[in-house]
Design a protein around this ligand. Structure first.
Ligand code: C5P
Length: 297
C-alpha cells in the first residue's frame, strides 16, 4: 500500500480533568443558566478515550465503570452524534472506549473532558474538518464545560463557560486533589445560590494579574469558589481536607466547580506527597497532578 493511502481509523486521546482556580457566579440569566467568571486550569489527571471510526452509522460506547450509562445519556455519545451531524465526512459512526481515572461527580469536568476528547479524536480521524473555535462551539451545545475542555490550558471562562480567553500558563506547581465520599448535584447548587445573597466574590482581577506575573503565591492567596458557602449541610469533609492540605504546606486550597473535590497547590513535591499520603488514609479518591498546557487542535 502506498504510504499516502494509509488511513488511520482508531485513535486514543487523553481527556484531561479541569480544576477551578476561582469560580464566580455573576448573575442568573433569563434562560435559567448563570453568567460565570471562572479561572480554569487543565491538569495531568486524565481518562483515556479510544475512538474507532465506523461506516454503518452505529455509535457504541463502553467504559470501565459499570454504573455509567452506555447509551445516548452519555456525553461522549452525544458528542459523536453532534460531530457527525455537523460535518460532512465519509464515516458516520464510532466505537468509543473510555477508561475512567477522573472521579465522577467531583467538579473536575470528567464527563466534559470525555466529550471534548471524542470531538478532538473524530476531528483528527476525519481530516480535521473543524477548527478549534468550531469544535468549542459544537461542545457548547452539549455542556457548559466542554468548550474549555476542547483545548484546555489556563483560561478565563465567561458567559455560561463558553467565552474563553487564553491566559499565561500557570507556574510549575503540584496539585493534591481529594474527593470526599459525598457528591453534590450541580443544578441543586445553582438553585441554592439563587436563593441566597452571595456576600463574598473572588478577586478574579487579582488572580488574573497574578497569573500574568506568574506569581504562584499571589494566585493561591486569591483562590475562591462561591459555591463553597452554599453547600448543603453535609459532613465537614471540605474544611477537614483543606485543613490537612494547609497543615502539610499548601499555598492555598479551594473546592473545584460544584464539588465535592477539593485541592491544594504546593510548590514542594515532598510536602505534596506527604499531604497525599495523609489524605489517602481517610479518603479513597486522592490524586497528585500538575498543570497541563493547552492542546494543539
Ligand atoms: O451545561 P451543563 O449541562 O453542564 O449544566 C448543568 C446544569 O448546571 C444546568 O442544568 C444548570 O442547572 C446549571 N448551570 C447553570 N449555569 C451555567 C452552567 C450550568 O445554571 N453557566
Amino acid at each position: 500500500m502506498r504510504k499516502g493511502a494509509l488511513h488511520i481509523h482508531s485513535l486514543t486521546e487523553k481527556a484531561y480533568a479541569k480544576l477551578n482556580i476561582s469560580l464566580d457566579v455573576v448573575s442568573r440569566r433569563p434562560d435559567g443558566y448563570h453568567e460565570m467568571r471562572m479561572i480554569m486550569q487543565t491538569v495531568s489527571l486524565c481518562d483515556e478515550v479510544t475512538v474507532s471510526l465506523r461506516h454503518d452509522g452505529t455509535i457504541s460506547i463502553r467504559t470501565n465503570l459499570r454504573y455509567l450509562p452506555c447509551d445516548d445519556r452519555n456525553i461522549a455519545v452525544k458528542a459523536a452524534k453532534a460531530f457527525f451531524a455537523n460535518t460532512d465526512t465519509a464515516s458516520s459512526g464510532a466505537d468509543i472506549s473510555i477508561t475512567k481515572h477522573i472521579p465522577v461527580c467531583a467538579g473536575m469536568g470528567g464527563g466534559s473532558a470525555d466529550g471534548a476528547a471524542v470531538l478532538r479524536a473524530l476531528n483528527k480521524l476525519t481530516g480535521k474538518p473543524l477548527n478549534r473555535r468550531e469544535l468549542e462551539s459544537l461542545g457548547n451545545s452539549l455542556g457548559s464545560d466542554i468548550p474549555f475542555c476542547v483545548a484546555g490550558g489556563t483560561s478565563l471562562a465567561e458567559g455560561k463557560g463558553e467565552i474563553l480567553t487564553d491566559l499565561t500558563p500557570l507556574p510549575a506547581c503540584i496539585f493534591v486533589i481529594a474527593k470526599p465520599r459525598f457528591s453534590v448535584s450541580t443544578p441543586e447548587l445553582f438553585t441554592k445560590i439563587d436563593l441566597c445573597s452571595v456576600r463574598y466574590h473572588p478577586d478574579t482581577q487579582g488572580v488574573l494579574s497574578s497569573i500574568k506575573t506568574r506569581d504562584l503565591k499571589g494566585i493561591c492567596q486569591r483562590m475562591y469558589n462561591v459555591f463553597e458557602n452554599v453547600l448543603p449541610p453535609k459532613p465537614d469533609d471540605i474544611p477537614k481536607i483543606k485543613g490537612i492540605l494547609l497543615d502539610c504546606g499548601a499555598l492555598g486550597t479551594v473546592m473545584t466547580g460544584t464539588g465535592s473535590a477539593v485541592f491544594g497547590v504546593f510548590d514542594d513535591e515532598e510536602k505534596a506527597k506527604k499531604a497525599q499520603s495523609y489524605l489517602a488514609q481517610q479518603y479513597s479518591d486522592v490524586f497528585l497532578a500538575e498543570p497541563q498546557g493547552r492542546l494543539d487542535i
